[in-house]
Design a protein around this ligand. Sequence first.
Ligand code: SAM
Length: 235
Amino acid sequence: MNQQVLSKRLASVGEYVLENARLADIGSDHAYLPVALVLQGKINFAIAGEVVKGPFESAQKQVAKNGLQKNIQVRLADGLAAVEKTDQITAVTICGMGGSLIRDILAAGVQQEKLNGTERLILQPNIGENILRGWLKEHEYQIVAETILEENHKTYEIIVAEKSATAVSYSPAEILLGPFLSQEKNPVFVKKWQRELSNRQRILKQLKAATSATPEKIAQFQAEIELIKTALKNQ
Ligand code: SAM
């Protein structure tokens, strides 16, 4: 395979990495993203962080195979612990994990002072996008762009955020559906939320029939169903 060619999902993530960024790709696995971006000449410095030995070794192999050891440092570390101040990172990509895991990695990164607020965050959660948007809002990161796309019958969302100087505010609908995605309402978005709507309606029915379901849980599903219905109605 041409090492510059990425999956549609990772290529889309790569488009949000600015020219000459100093990139930390956390949970890099095969280091496909940093390798492709360096080969394309878009960036010339990256950290590929991995917490699991197997993927860490795959990343090392991929970097060596392409002769990029001078440009990409592969580090075995948990989350943003892979980053040092002297790396002067300006972009962080965290892709292909659940939203709550990405949130935990960012939260630990803030605690460990690995994020100084100048980095652009480019995040691609597989699920739990709302959890991530909630964390970004709480920590005053402004969402500056979003993408939703379909590849191999799976839907992916990409969230790009930058630290804001002022408080950030998003409505419950924007947290659930995405401030940009819910404005754009492209066909992938509509298809995803039609599917999510019927899933939630089915679960709500089951919850109402179950004796163990709490009123809070039922209310949460009802509220989300209303938000989705409103978004789909106003297409
Ligand atoms: N980012 C690549 C992509 O999107 O194609 C790989 C995604 S892969 C499904 C997720 C990777 O994240 C795995 O290799 C896993 O070992 C790694 N990972 C999970 N938690 C991590 C953490 N706390 N720190 C670093 N890597 C982590």
